[in-house]
Design a binder for this molecule. Structure first.
Ligand code: SF4
Length: 356
């Protein structure tokens, strides 16, 4: 099984990539999350300049009108993509595919019916006791299978209106701050938001959904960890999808959050040709445990428009989980879940020992 590359190997590989792909960037630039966000690859030209690509990938990049959502890949992640072959698993999660333009039967632009459950701009009442706050529409990188492709890169929540609604609804005890990725916000903005939520007496549970430790671990600065620590109990839902994301930088980011007393859970999507095989799922989930992250949910792909080529099958997910049981610690086996279309909530899918 693959493990996290050694610090020395990873640092050498990253330095070589920086010198080749971003020769003007200093080591300090590379460590700076704002520099990373400013230098995201957003066009076919920016990607082709630094990555070897397959003909399929080149064709998809040349047809931006067919993309289901914008393209954005920070230099740190480009370095991980450069370490794998064209059409590799991380390429599939981050580079567009011409099949994104095909809408399969049953697929929806808003697969979870969030617009129908919106109670203020960017605030969705997902369950009677729970609300989802879309704090921003930006992410460090955009995943091609994202449920919220419809909002990617657009305006986020009207925070004043969302907070006012939450204050007026004492039945809401659980707020998931998501997006977009809330950790792309600056520290001051994030602190104001968390303070406002913490000051609502009936909001008992605050969670943040973020891909930052996988996509831009430089964002997890000591200052950010200190800020988050002030608002404990605070839980982070991470989003690692493949063991190649478990780099020493990601490990350091998770370590910093754990040192601040923030529990870390991971949610992954079962993706065709990315992680829908036993070895990859074992390496991902055992690797997460080594970083101190609990593999929590494995999602069967939502019926998001233009994602059929990335959606694996329920049978395959169940078979992988059945094979994991008894082969690894139970802590490494996530719950296999499906979010019902239209906002009906999550249902468990198994592993289902008696049928497939
Ligand atoms: S990080 Fe999350 S919200 Fe952002 S594009 Fe990926 S799946 Fe969507």
């Amino acid at each position: 099984m693959k493990s996290v590359p050694t610090q020395a190997d990873f640092a050498r590989r990253e330095r070589e990539f920086r010198h080749r792909a971003f020769p003007a960037a200093t080591a300090a630039d590379w460590e700076d999350w704002r520099w990373q966000l400013r230098h995201r690859a957003r066009t076919a030209t920016a990607v082709a300049r630094v990555l070897a690509l397959s003909p399929r990938e080149r064709r998809a990049l040349a047809a931006p009108d067919a993309w289901r959502m914008p393209l954005a890949i920070p230099p740190y992640l480009l370095g991980l993509l450069a370490a794998e072959a064209p059409d590799g698993p991380l390429h599939r999660t981050l580079l567009p595919d011409r099949r994104e333009a095909r809408i399969a039967p049953g697929e929806l632009r808003d697969p979870l019916g969030e617009e129908a459950h919106q109670v203020a701009p960017g605030l969705i009442r997902s369950y009677p006791h729970k609300a989802l706050l879309l704090a921003t529409a930006d992410c460090a990188s955009f995943c091609r299978y994202c449920t919220r492709a419809r909002t990617a890169g657009r305006a986020g929540a009207d925070l004043a209106a969302a907070l006012a609604w939450l204050r007026a609804h004492p039945e809401i005890r659980d707020v998931l701050v998501s997006g977009g990725d809330p950790l792309t916000l600056g520290d001051a903005h994030l602190e104001r938001l968390l303070r406002a939520l913490r000051d609502i007496p009936h909001v008992e549970l605050i969670r943040i959904g973020t891909k930052i430790p996988a996509a831009l671990p430089q964002r997890v600065t000591p200052a950010l960890a200190k800020l988050l620590k002030k608002f404990r109990p605070l839980w982070l839902s991470l989003h690692f999808t493949h063991p190649a994301e478990l780099t020493p930088r990601a490990a350091a980011a998770c370590g910093r959050l754990l040192d601040a007393g923030i529990p870390l859970m991971n949610q992954t999507v079962l993706l065709r040709g990315v992680n829908d095989d036993l070895d990859t799922m074992l390496a991902l989930n055992e690797g997460l445990l080594r970083l101190g992250v609990k593999p929590y949910y494995l999602h069967h792909g939502d019926l998001a428009a233009g994602t059929a080529h990335l959606r694996s099958t329920v049978a395959r997910g169940r078979a992988i989980l059945r094979a994991m049981c008894g082969r690894t610690t139970g802590y490494a086996v996530p719950h296999f879940m499906f979010d019902r279309p239209g906002g009906g909530g999550k249902v468990p899918l198994g592993p289902a020992w008696t049928s497939s």
